[in-house]
Design a protein around this ligand. Structure first.
Ligand SMILES: [Zn+2]
Length: 415
């Protein structure tokens, strides 16, 4: 009975989006996976070329030259989902890492950390705190032999261990906690991160407009933004955003009371005004028909007035739709359902900027040579709307309430 668990789709049965390169999804296959005849040989080529000592960059260049579809390209061809917005027409070097240690290619299924699994195959030392993955042997058809896999994985780890240990010895550069967030405030282009080690500054990392770096004809002026200057500014801004969210959350809580209801009533009144306008328009139309039937107006007068009423009918219907949308947005934004409030609710005094957190909270940062950076936070539209609604509730002039729209004027049609 214990083996039943392995039959669960998450543990060993593939779905289309999780199929590794070289295989295809097949709902009729026992575990959902069959060999992809179009790409199988490229997988074999990768392993065979790698164990001859060919550099990975060269293997990638040759795969591209051979016309081998890149992993993302193949996913696109097969109609599977893939992470990046567009498929690569070339083989990025990092993709090879996924192949060289993956026991998938010898027909085994790994539920857990593939790197740890590969250590097990080659008798590499396993870190003490590592969680051993669950491996299902003979899970599906193999593309390469176990011998070839062991050779490749051994070589890969040997090179990797060497790379990390030699990096530690040298002056390693600080990793950036930001990923593609910085843009040039002047031209809008992506900022390029330049790295250098100097005697005076030590490890030195700074952003510079990519137009300068690429020597474009309309390049921005040379201006370096050191990474170490940017981090505290961004950190401070995120902390402020956390604090603001706490403040606004408390107001949302208390504003469920009278002033929330007052504002809600205001939005309701806007619906009533719009609905009333539609009604009056219909009534005016009936009266017009009446007058026409009784011969009180000429066909020309009738046509002119009818055209005006038709135009109004369109406008007033749109008002009803807008008013309904407004009250729905108000209720959603001015509550704990507000996406921005939810995002920034996990306030943490010890907040640290990492690649993960910077992506989570930040959307875009513009850098300027002569003024402070401009930060766009995730879900900031919801924050702006919330602030607007809260200031409406604070009654910062009833004039602001009227800003949405006022009662439409309707030409009175006297009987
Ligand atoms: Zn620029």
């Amino acid at each position: 009975m214990t083996n039943r668990k392995k039959l669960k789709p998450t543990e060993g049965v593939f779905t289309a989006n999780w199929i590794p390169y070289g295989y295809m999804y097949s709902p009729t296959a026992p575990n959902g996976i069959v060999i992809d005849p179009e790409t199988k040989e490229y997988v074999q080529y990768i392993f065979e070329a790698y164990i001859t000592g060919k550099p990975r960059a060269q293997i990638c260049a040759e795969l591209t030259k051979m016309g081998a579809p890149s992993p993302s390209k193949r996913k696109e061809q097969l109609g599977y989902e893939f992470r990046n917005g567009h498929a690569n027409d070339y083989w990025p070097m990092t993709t090879l890492n996924f192949f060289l240690i993956n026991p998938m290619y010898i027909g085994d299924y790994v539920d857990g950390d593939v790197t740890i699994a590969s250590y097990q195959y080659i008798n590499h030392a396993i870190p003490e705190d590592a969680k051993l993955p669950n491996i299902i042997h003979g899970h599906h058809e193999a593309i390469i032999s176990k011998d070839l896999y062991i050779q490749a994985a051994t070589l890969y780890h040997a090179q990797k261990d060497f790379r990390t240990s030699s990096q530690k010895k040298s002056n390693s550069l600080p990793p950036t906690p930001f990923f593609n967030l910085f843009h040039c405030g002047i031209c809008g282009r992506q900022m390029y991160r330049a790295q250098n080690v100097t005697k005076k500054l030590g490890c030195y990392s700074a952003y510079i407009c990519s137009s300068y770096r690429l020597r474009l004809p309309d390049a921005c002026q040379k201006k370096l933004y050191p990474l170490n200057d940017l981090i505290p500014q961004v950190h401070k801004a995120i902390l402020q955003e956390f604090k603001l969210s706490q403040k606004l959350a408390s107001q949302v809580g208390e504003e469920k009371s009278t002033s929330y209801k007052k504002t809600e009533a205001y939005f309701q009144s806007q619906i009533d005004i719009a609905v009333d306008a539609v009604r009056q328009n219909s009534a005016a139309y009936n009266q017009l028909e009446n007058r026409m039937e009784k011969g009180k107006i000429t066909p020309e007068e009738y046509n002119t007035e009818k055209a005006a009423l038709d135009k109004e009918a369109v406008e007033f219907s749109a008002l009803v739709v807008t008013a309904l949308e407004n009250i729905r947005t108000f209720r959603k934004v001015c509550s704990y359902k507000n996406k921005w409030l939810q995002l920034f609710s996990d306030f943490d005094e010890d907040f640290v900027i990492t690649r993960k957190t910077s992506r989570k909270y930040l959307k875009h940062i513009n850098l300027y040579p002569d003024k402070p950076m401009e930060i766009t936070f995730q879900e900031s539209e919801e924050r702006d709307k919330l602030q607007e609604y809260l200031s409406l509730q604070k009654g910062k002039g009833s004039g602001r309430l009227k800003r949405h729209y006022t009662r439409p004027t309707i030409e009175k049609t006297e009987e």
